[in-house]
Write a protein that binds this ligand. Sequence first.
Ligand SMILES: Nc1ncnc2c1ncn2[C@@H]1O[C@H](COP(=O)(O)OP(=O)(O)OP(=O)(O)O)[C@@H](O)[C@H]1O
Ligand SMILES: [Mg+2]
Length: 163
Amino acid sequence: MPRLQITTCSPAETEKLGVCVGSLLQPGSFLALRGGLGGGKTCLTRGVVAVVAPESSGLVASPTYAIMNCYPGSTPVYHFDFYRLTCDDDIVELGFEDYFYGDGVCVVEWSERLTELMPPDVLTLLFEYGGDERRLITISSSGQKSDNILVRLADLLQMQKKL
Ligand SMILES: Nc1ncnc2c1ncn2[C@@H]1O[C@H](COP(=O)(O)OP(=O)(O)OP(=O)(O)O)[C@@H](O)[C@H]1O
Ligand SMILES: [Mg+2]
């Protein structure tokens, strides 16, 4: 499985990575965000929304209690936080599965709660602490569409380094 490892040194850098990722997404893209509390998942989502649904930027907040926030835009962003859910059944009961295959972009915090329901074409971002404000973010993909996004993301980040 192809993967990309990035270290960010501030919340602003993580948000900027979200902008890069967001600029490559299409309707139907699915971002699975994994890793512990305070890892930077919501922070990265802010960057994604800034570019995919700019009319909603400023609205991004962790949907821990609501479980899902919808950010309207020409491509809407569905932002989930499954921290409080225990299994796929909860997700089916809440009727969230339909969003996974809709025309919006799905961003799912605590995607490790998904088992059978995890769509086959997914870009996965794992957030790990690297001390102080460092976060190690490992990005991997499964499925043709997400594989392509990962390749283009590697190019984009490489290009930005040169600027
Ligand atoms: N490099 C960094 N990237 C992102 N956030 C950072 C970084 N360094 C420090 N932080 C801080 O870590 C916290 C990240 O919070 P955030 O809400 O994005 O985490 P989260 O992964 O969504 O957590 P939760 O699982 O509770 O929803 C913020 O307080 C932010 O200021
Ligand atoms: Mg969060």
